[in-house]
Structures are given as C-alpha cells and as structure tokens.
Design a protein around this ligand. Structure first.
Ligand SMILES: [Zn+2]
Length: 363
C-alpha cells in the first residue's frame, strides 16, 4: 500500500492559522485584518451574493487560541480552519487531510497512514466522528473521484485541437430547434443546422470550435443531437452522437462565442448545449457548457486561462450538484468562482428567463 502523509485534525487546528490558509488559497488580500480579527466578503463558492456584497459579512478571529470563521450572510455557517478548507474546496475528510499535509507539511508531524502510531489512531478515530457530522459529504462514488487537485497538479492550457478538413452543409430551417425555443440569432451564432447525409444524417449538427479559432475556420468536430425525444440508443439513434474517439474532455462548448463579448463579464458554466442557448437568450451571452456534469482538468485549465470570473450553474439534480462541487474544488485556487444552486430537479433550460435573471443577479 502506498504511504500517505497523515496528520491529526487537532494538530492542524493548533498549528495552521486561518490567515495562512487564506494566503495559500491566494485570497488573503480580500480581507481587512486588525490583529487576530479579519473581515471581508464571504469567499465560499456556495454563497449567493446580491448586487452589493457586504464586506462585513464574513468574520474570522482567534478565540482562546483557536481560529474560527463565520459567514453572517447567505451561508449562515461557520467553523474552524478544517471546515473552511472543506467548504472552499468541496474535499472530504481524507482529501482535506492530504491537502494540509501537502501545503503545511513542514510544520505538522506527518505519519504513515498504515502506521500504528498513536497519532494515526487518534486521527482515524476523529475521521469516524467527523464522518457523522459532515455537512455536505458527496455520495461515495463521487468522493472516490475527488482526487485532491493542487494548482500545480492541473495541466497547462491544453494544446488546441485541429480544425476538420471539411465542413458540413447544413439545413438552417430546423423545426426541432424552433420548438425548443431557439431564435434565428442563436441558430446563426452557433451555426446549428440539420445534416442531410453521412454519419450525422437526420441529426442536428452542433459545430464545436476551439477558444481562439478565427470565424472562417472549420470546427474541430460536429456533435449530433437527435431532433426529438424518440431517440433510441439500441437502434443506433442515440440522443447525442459524438465523433468516434473525440476527446470531449478537451473542449468547452461555446467558449469562442462567450469570449467574443466584453472581457469583464463573468463566464457562466452549464452542462449542455441547450442550457447554453437558453441562458444566452436570457441575456447572458458569456455561457459555456462542459458537456456533462463533470469538469475535466483540461476544461478547468481552459476556464482558468480566460482570467474571467466563473459562475457554475449545473443541473439541480444529484449528479449535477455533486459535479458542481467537484468543479468548484478544481477551480477555487485558480479563479474567482461562485456556484449557483438551481431549484431541486431543474436544469437551466427549464427555468424561465426572468427567473434566471433573478437567480443570476450578482456582480
Ligand atoms: Zn457566505
């Protein structure tokens, strides 16, 4: 078994002050500090800010030698240094332990996870207790995927994909797209159309472009969407048809179009192309899709490279919410990121425009 550095939560609380964690997360300068007390706008990715975030809402101070924090705004939660890192990253107990060992190992006594030292035993026991009280633990399978991502572990911006040598001639008059509420401007902006022959015969073809591709260049791929609800995987008519072997983890749908707008507007990150169209039509042209509920490391790098503020708006189901927490964890040390919780079971393209505008009233 691989050796893993192991530290006790008690020791972390004693030896790692919250201001040091803020510095490590790269957000120390967002807080006003007077001695052992700090105040600022709440940095937690789950906090839903209004148009004028209150710089007094998030308090940090040291009481009887213990560093504590509390959000008196939207979150109404607080805790110690460990809970802060869990809230900021979405990590579970074992990953958060690993994070502290990696970042602050020089001041903590690390032991082997399989060792029989008293410290390791104590730590295991704490883990059990903490498991019962954890507030936002992911379902087991998601937790297993949630590898601790340090900024240095993320890839650089991936090499751009090559444009196709051909382009499809598409029929722009598509009943299905109109029925789903797409305007002619949206159809034109994303160059959607019905394909009449070849692999995507009778499918709506959704061209995918790299972030910096010039307008006259061919797409890097076409994604097919069956134009109706009578798709049938078994009959070779899946809902979505990807080109074989296409590395979809390396593209963010709509990024080129999103970056064409004002450079100070935040990027909204949704799951699918139809969420993009709907959110764009609701007045947010800087919207991209991860094409599923999981943000890949490459996509995280693409998002971070834009330098934009990021607002995650994944589906309001279990997979979407778990995926959104993992995505926020990957991005938090590299970008300003906020997650927006949609009503239970709803996805962005099912929410009326006015309601979306209210939900997204942030700055
Ligand atoms: Zn808050």
């Amino acid at each position: 078994m691989a050796k893993r550095p192991y530290v006790s939560f008690a020791e972390i609380k004693e030896k790692v002050p919250i201001p040091d964690v803020l510095a490590t997360l790269g957000i120390a300068e967002r807080f006003a500090r007077k001695g052992d007390s700090l105040t600022g706008v709440c940095p937690l990715p789950g906090h839903q800010h209004g148009p004028c975030p209150n710089p007094e809402q998030f308090k940090i101070n040291r009481k009887d030698g213990v560093w504590l924090w509390h959000c008196f705004g939207d979150c109404q939660i607080g805790g110690d240094v460990i809970e802060l890192v869990k809230q900021m990253t979405g990590f579970d107990n074992s990953h958060v332990r690993f994070w502290f060992a990696e970042k602050f190992g020089d001041r903590l006594s690390l032991s082997n996870r399989n060792g029989t030292s008293k410290k390791a035993e104590q730590a295991e026991a704490e883990d059990e207790v903490e498991k019962d009280t954890a507030r936002t633990d992911l379902p087991k399978e998601d937790a297993a995927q949630a590898a601790p991502i340090a900024p240095s572990n993320l890839p650089e911006e991936p090499a751009p994909l090559k444009p196709l040598r051909f382009h499809l001639n598409l029929d722009l008059d598509v009943d299905y797209l109109r029925k789903r509420g797409l305007t002619p401007e949206t159809i034109q902006r994303y160059r959607l159309g019905l394909c009449r022959r070849g692999v995507l015969k009778d499918y709506v073809a959704i061209p995918m472009f790299g972030p910096n591709q010039p307008p006259d260049e061919n797409p890097v791929a076409y994604l097919g969407r069956w134009p109706g609800d009578d798709h049938d995987e078994a009959a070779g008519k899946p809902r979505y048809k990807w080109p074989e072997g296409f590395p979809k983890s390396r593209v963010l749908y709509g990024l080129r179009e999103a970056l064409a707008g004002p450079s100070n507007s935040p990027l909204l990150v949704v799951e699918g192309p139809f969420d993009v169209y709907h959110v764009v039509q609701a007045g947010f042209p800087a919207t991209v899709a991860v094409l599923g509920s999981a943000l890949s490391d490459e996509q995280a790098a693409l998002l971070a490279a834009t330098g934009r503020k990021l607002v995650l708006l994944f589906d309001g189901d279990e997979a979407g919410q778990a995926g959104m927490r993992l995505a926020a964890g990957k991005l938090i040390t590299r970008a300003w990121v906020r997650v927006v919780k949609l009503p239970e079971g709803k996805q962005p393209d099912q929410i009326p425009a006015e309601e979306l505008q209210a939900i997204l009233a942030f700055n």
